[in-house]
Design a binder for this molecule. Structure first.
Ligand SMILES: [Zn+2]
Length: 83
């Protein structure tokens, strides 16, 4: 994967989300929904539920296909969503 900001090769890896997430959500929203504040934030729509690769009994979730750019100090992820 080439960094979309600087164009250099990125390092492949994964994100591990640890700790309990029993009833929480991990979602992506379009910019206009994401930017909603206050009471409007309660009716965010068009969220995409991000699919964890592996949910273990220890409350650890893994998200593969993420890339780190050493130059920009950014992480970019390719996430699969639940249909
Ligand atoms: Zn970069």
């Amino acid at each position: 994967m080439v960094c979309p900001i600087c164009g250099k090769e990125m390092t492949k890896g994964g994100i591990i989300l640890s700790g309990k997430r029993i009833s929480g959500e991990f979602k992506w929203y379009p910019q206009n929904e994401f930017d909603k504040k206050g009471l409007k934030a309660w009716d965010r729509s068009d969220g995409k539920d991000i699919n964890a690769m592996d949910i273990s009994l220890m409350g650890v979730e893994k998200f593969k296909d993420t890339y780190f750019c050493d130059t920009c100090n950014k992480i970019i992820g390719i996430f699969t969503i639940n249909e």
